[in-house]
Write a protein that binds this ligand. Structure first.
Ligand code: ATP
Ligand code: MG
Length: 265
């Protein structure tokens, strides 16, 4: 029997003003897998994630997450019924009036534990925030203000906020953009570990092919408002689609891939 997708996006259309951005986009993500979306800047990748979160209503089409029709729900319904859905925004989207520590513990002060239904004590919240900040390479920054941090640091605090909250369906928008290679590798490890520990279902949007290979099970290519190709990561780089090939030709490839492509040529 075929598995039911955890995220099922069907035939999404979206125009902003006179600019069509999504033109019949469909994508399925199965329980426990990580799908990476690649594509040129401005293709509509972030817009796609925002539709899945329910932050943007589609002109046409449906978004189903864990059997719930996201596009038919009100914000209030989403807030209460799909607490296990989390997103790492490209900008970090921190609350500027809260400290780093308060940002990281935010969801624990809003919701009880997703599994046990219990509220975390103040001591427990502090411990979990401390651990998460350490995991993203920012130990002891609880009292800093977001405005004191660099863009990459803000995104890592946003990632700590997700780790603390532990959603099981996670959308990551450019988690490693603008980070140095060592920090980027740490972020990839966090994404992989979260997938393993929580059997999380994830979508990762990235321009970083090394990261795509580290974290992805399948790779998807977003072009002109649609997902035009999806393949297991080992097969993706061999797809004979000129749009994918043009993207790969102009993207810095990790050594392991260059070898694979040369062998295949
Ligand atoms: N709320 C909005 N109102 C009007 N236009 C929008 C809105 N959101 C996105 N767009 C437009 O939709 C297009 C796709 O934007 P999007 O942010 O999804 O691109 P992207 O693929 O994520 O690019 P990047 O790789 O640079 O992050 C852009 O042309 C953008 O200007
Ligand atoms: Mg984007």
């Amino acid at each position: 029997m075929k598995k039911k997708p955890m995220i099922d996006v069907k035939n999404l259309w979206k125009t902003f003003g006179s600019q069509p951005v999504l033109k019949g986009l469909s994508l399925q993500v199965f329980p426990g897998e990580t799908v990476v979306i690649l594509g040129r800047s401005g293709a509509g990748k972030s817009v796609t994630l925002r539709h899945i979160m329910g932050l943007v209503p589609p002109d046409e089409g449906t978004v189903e997450v864990n059997g719930l029709m996201i596009n038919e729900m009100t914000q209030k319904e989403r807030f209460h019924k799909i607490k296990y859905l989390g997103m790492l925004f490209q900008s970090g989207a921190l609350f500027d009036s809260l400290s780093v520590g308060e940002n990281a513990e935010f969801f624990l002060t809003q919701f009880p534990d997703i599994k046990t239904g219990k509220w975390a004590s103040k001591k427990e919240r502090r411990r979990r925030v401390g651990e998460a900040l350490e995991m993203v390479g920012l130990p002891g920054t609880e009292h800093k203000a977001p405005s004191e941090l660099s863009g990459g640091m803000r995104r890592r605090v946003a990632l700590a906020r997700l780790i603390v909250y532990r959603p099981t369906i996670i959308l990551y928008d450019e988690p490693t953009a603008g980070l140095d290679p060592v920090t980027a590798m740490q972020i990839n490890e966090i994404i992989c570990n979260t997938q393993k520990e929580l059997n999380a279902t994830s979508i990762v949007v990235t321009h970083d092919l090394r990261s795509a290979l580290e974290v992805g099970d399948r790779l998807a290519y977003h072009h002109d408002g649609q997902i035009v190709q999806v393949a297991p990561k080992n097969e993706f780089f061999l797809i004979e689609d000129p749009r994918v090939q043009a993207f790969l030709e102009n993207t810095e490839l990790p050594d392991q891939l260059i070898n694979r492509r040369q062998k295949h040529a």
